[in-house]
Design a protein around this ligand. Structure first.
Ligand SMILES: C[S@@+](CC[C@H](N)C(=O)[O-])C[C@H]1O[C@@H](n2cnc3c(N)ncnc32)[C@H](O)[C@@H]1O
Length: 285
């Protein structure tokens, strides 16, 4: 995804198939900010063009003005495609490795609890919730640990991929041989070369669409841990604060909030305090 983005950002505007004015770009920026909270920096113009040009081709419009008018005339299906096109879904198995032993330790201490509930709030194509599931299986030494993982994302395309749980070779390269053997099934036929997560992992997770920007989230806590990694970077501080405030009543009083490597919630230190590198706990328990 990063590589494609680079190519997209460096692509020459003179080779463009459609006219994309500064006003069109500003309109897109406002729409995606309002709908998904995503703050697109001014440098993203070429990326936005190349991602949305595909939507113009698919819908048959020959200019951005008409396409954006069509989008704004209450068109839920196109809103979904528009949003899916503009999200960045880079993820990896066991990304930010140091979080997993911390999670395991935290959960093992709660072993006597009937049910452990975890929320992965920007789950992308599934690598993150499946990594959490693997860590939980390891922690409980059982393929049916008393753990439920809610995995949500705004982008319905990535959720569909996550639900399939099939990954190509290059996505699996950083996973150890033991883990591959323990948690994946080798693809056959048209899936040769790829691997599918074992059904036990899949059974631990519920995938659902959820926009972190929505006023109301139809979910119920308390969660023993919330993963909100590498998504807050797309939001401004005000939006981040609103989301963090909504996490507070959903997190168990001694629960943990995991953030991405470049995310800091210092501006919300009345809500969350740093416990260790990119791991937060409630400021007031
Ligand atoms: C860069 S990925 C991070 C994935 C994963 N959490 C990780 O750290 O590897 C960001 C994800 O956030 C999702 N996202 C963006 N805006 C969102 C919103 N308003 N609500 C929920 N998810 C959102 C995107 O669709 C994307 O899958």
């Amino acid at each position: 995804m990063e590589l494609i983005t680079d190519i997209e950002e460096n692509s020459e505007s003179k080779t463009r198939e459609y006219t994309f004015t500064q006003a069109d770009f500003e309109r897109v920026r406002k729409l995606i900010y309002k709908h998904a909270g995503i703050s697109l920096s001014t440098g993203k113009q070429n990326m936005v063009y190349s991602r949305l040009a595909r939507r113009l081709r698919a819908t048959g419009f020959d200019n951005f003005d008409e396409y954006l008018d069509y989008l704004e005339r209450e068109n839920p299906e196109e809103w979904e495609a528009f949003t899916n096109a503009l999200t960045t879904n880079l993820t990896a198995f066991f990304r930010e490795q140091h979080h997993f032993p911390i999670l395991e330790k935290h959960i093992v201490q709660r072993k006597n609890q009937n049910k452990i509930q975890l929320w992965c709030s920007a789950s992308s194509t599934g690598e993150e919730p499946y990594s959490i599931a693997m860590a939980m299986i390891q922690a409980f030494k059982s393929f049916t640990p008393p753990v439920h993982i809610l995995a949500t994302d705004l982008d319905t395309d990535v959720l569909a991929k996550a639900q399939m749980g099939i990954y190509p070779q290059e996505k699996l390269e950083k996973i150890s041989k033991e883990k591959l053997k323990q948690f994946f099934l080798r693809g056959k036929g048209s899936h040769a070369g790829s691997a599918r997560v074992r059904p036990e992992l899949r059974n631990m997770i519920t995938f659902r669409q959820l926009n972190l920007l929505d006023e109301k989230w139809l979910i119920r806590g308390p969660f023993d841990a919330i993963f909100c990694r590498n998504v807050m970077i797309y939001f401004d501080k005000q939006t981040q604060y609103k989301i963090l405030k909504k996490f507070v009543p959903l997190l168990a009083s001694d629960g943990l909030l995991f953030a991405g490597h470049s995310e800091s919630f210092q501006h919300a230190n009345d809500l969350f305090k740093l416990r260790e590198k990119t791991v937060y706990e409630l400021a007031i328990r």
